[in-house]
Design a protein around this ligand. Sequence first.
Ligand code: RTP
Ligand code: MG
Length: 159
Amino acid sequence: AFRLSKVLQLTLAVIKPDAVAHPLILEALHEKILENNFIIVRRKDLVWKKEQSETFYAEHSGRFFYQRLVEFMSSGPMRAYVLARDDAIHHWREMMGPTKVFRARHTSPDTIRGQFGLTDTRNTTHGSDSVESAHKEIKFFFPDFCIDRWMNEDEPSFR
Ligand code: RTP
Ligand code: MG
């Protein structure tokens, strides 16, 4: 039988508070998602409490940028998407560009961070970096969304 999971991969994409604060940037990023043939499976606007930010970035605790990262990510509204397409994880990370804003602006000015990144921390977007982290992160942002069920539905829902 035809299975979506044979052709589509899911990723979590997040538009961080620096970009959500600017309606034109938020709109431009939404358009970019559609132009790049992603299917928007789920979408949610949310604000993190500091504890949620700490939990999500626990792997970075102890790094010099951890405190400012955690505070930045809980400083205002974010928009999270579950996106689907072939090779979604890699493709979205390619679109984001390098983490470091200096590199992004100089070597990849056409990427999202190259265009809109403000600093190494306020860098506009997040994207899952592996299948395992995509599953974990989608669960963190969309606890009611069941990936396996969605992948096996005859008529999967989009919102
Ligand atoms: P991400 O995990 O968000 O997809 O980004 P990444 O792999 O490109 O970067 P990573 O090293 O995992 O860092 C996670 C997030 O922490 C913030 N950061 N700030 N020097 C700094 O101030 C610094 N370095 C990293 C960024 O928001 C980065 O996306
Ligand atoms: Mg990372």
